[in-house]
Write a protein that binds this ligand. Structure first.
Ligand code: FAD
Ligand code: NAD
Length: 367
């Protein structure tokens, strides 16, 4: 079988190859890395162009080809983990023998630092929209059948809309469809739906437009970005989450992942800062979760409560944090994740350092 694998610099540079049967074309990416998972590769097939971006550590390896023959819309992606091999199986439209895979497009077979790779967008369809609070909604978008994309935990994507002839792009963090769903059944590995909790700002540029979309309308969704790694959970005993307003969004998948996959975990505590009770996202889910899982606890802090509120009040402060951040034992391994408005996150990090938490024990979510 013909091959257009290129020799690359250095022993660990990825390469690719392809082979075919009467009905299938398989593209194989050899990453030479062992920790490759289904969220390491993003595949888009649009018209004749086939694109597969593989994230290897902080690098992006791109396959970008105009295929020589037509293929069906859907395809499958498999990982052979122990050898770091990715297999993408395309279905031919016609059972003819291909002489070549196709013609290289821009940056084909290149390895570049991820930060230089640029964002690729595909159109996703609005499937449903549901009120969560008075100003926050749960949006569900469907990926095209010709896309394989799983957003890694703790990462965000960019949504793009054209508003009065100008493309506007804003970052959003995918969540699960519910805080409790992943305890019921594991998420399907090739899930086609992406959920977002998005607060609508009436005077905002982007969110009112997003709110005006009708079911069936499209929005462009980018590849994921972000520097959180689940390896930060290794051997973790205490996980503390500090969230303000929609800064809760990265915590959703983090919480589900930690409670399900980290055997060493003893305690997960969320301190959730909001202006009023009406602003608390998924309060009932959070309270239910405290009953379902004894390791989990939540504390609500309001900055503008009504006088009857008898919970915690105020803004993030050293007093609130030192009382909240109690380790389950003196030497327990802790991680503190923080996300919210920039002044909240900056002040929070400053207070955490003052309380002697080290850089490695703090992860902040920012753009
Ligand atoms: P903007 O036009 O940015 O305005 C926001 C508010 O500020 C409005 O009330 C507006 O009136 C006010 N405002 C704007 N300009 C001024 C000004 N000059 N002076 C005073 N007030 C002003 N949000 C979510 O809801 N969910 C998420 O999952 C989410 N994830 C994010 C992930 C990352 C990494 C980051 C960085 C942000 C995330 N955000 C998220 C926030 C999101 O990206 C947008 O900033 C937010 O939706 C507001 O967008 P907008 O264009 O509607 O509002
Ligand atoms: P909000 O205005 O409703 O405020 C929520 C709480 O944040 C307040 O009750 C208060 O406790 C705290 N807070 C607000 N302003 C503060 C200040 N100046 N100093 C100290 N504390 C303050 O919040 P919102 O409208 O939901 O905004 C959420 C913010 O989170 C947005 O700025 C959004 O961009 C950010 N966000 C970032 C990410 C990320 O970086 N990954 C993800 C999601 C949301």
């Amino acid at each position: 079988q013909a091959t257009d694998t290129l020799a690359r610099e250095g022993p660990s540079s990825p390469s690719y190859d392809w082979f075919q049967t009467d009905s299938l074309v398989t593209i194989v990416i050899y990453t030479k890395q062992k920790d490759i998972t289904l969220d390491s590769v993003i595949v888009d097939h649009q018209d004749d162009s086939f694109r597969a971006e593989t994230i290897i550590k902080d690098y992006s390896y791109l396959i970008n080809i105009e295929l020589s023959h037509a293929v069906q819309e859907d395809f499958s992606v498999r990982i052979v983990e122990n050898v770091g091999k990715i297999e993408i199986v395309l279905k031919k439209k016609e059972n003819t023998s291909w002489k070549c895979l196709g013609h290289p497009l821009e940056n084909h077979n290149s390895l570049v630092p991820k930060k230089d790779a640029g964002l690729f967008y595909r159109q996703c369809q609005l499937i449903s929209k549901e009120d969560v609070t008075h100003d926050t909604r749960l949006f569900c978008f469907m990926l095209p059948p010709s896309t394989h994309l799983q957003v890694p935990i703790g990462q965000h994507v960019y949504l793009k809309l054209t508003i009065t002839d100008t493309e506007i792009v804003k970052p959003y963090t995918p969540v699960s469809d519910s805080l409790l769903s992943e305890f019921k059944e594991p998420a399907l590995p090739n899930n086609k739906y992406i959920y977002f909790l998005i607060k609508i700002y009436p005077a905002g540029l982007f969110t009112p437009e997003l709110d005006h979309l009708q079911i069936g309308d499209f929005v462009f969704v980018s590849n994921p970005e972000g520097n959180f790694k689940t390896s930060q959970f290794q051997e973790l005993e205490d996980l503390f989450l500090l969230a303000a307003g929609t800064g809760f969004t990265p915590m959703v998948k983090l919480l589900n992942y930690a409670l399900t996959n980290i055997p060493s975990l003893r305690k997960v505590k969320l301190m959730f800062f909001n202006k009023t009770e009406d602003d608390i996202i998924w309060r009932s889910h959070l309270e239910e979760l405290t009953f379902k899982d004894k390791r989990f606890d939540v504390e609500f802090v309001l900055s503008a409560p009504i006088s009857e509120w008898n919970g915690k009040q105020g803004h993030v402060s050293p007093a609130l944090l030192s009382e909240f951040l109690k380790r389950s034992s003196d030497k327990s391994k802790v991680l503190i994740c923080i996300c919210g408005p920039t002044p909240f996150t900056e002040q929070g990090i400053k207070f955490l350092h003052e309380l002697n938490f080290s850089k490695d024990e703090i992860h902040s979510f920012t753009a």
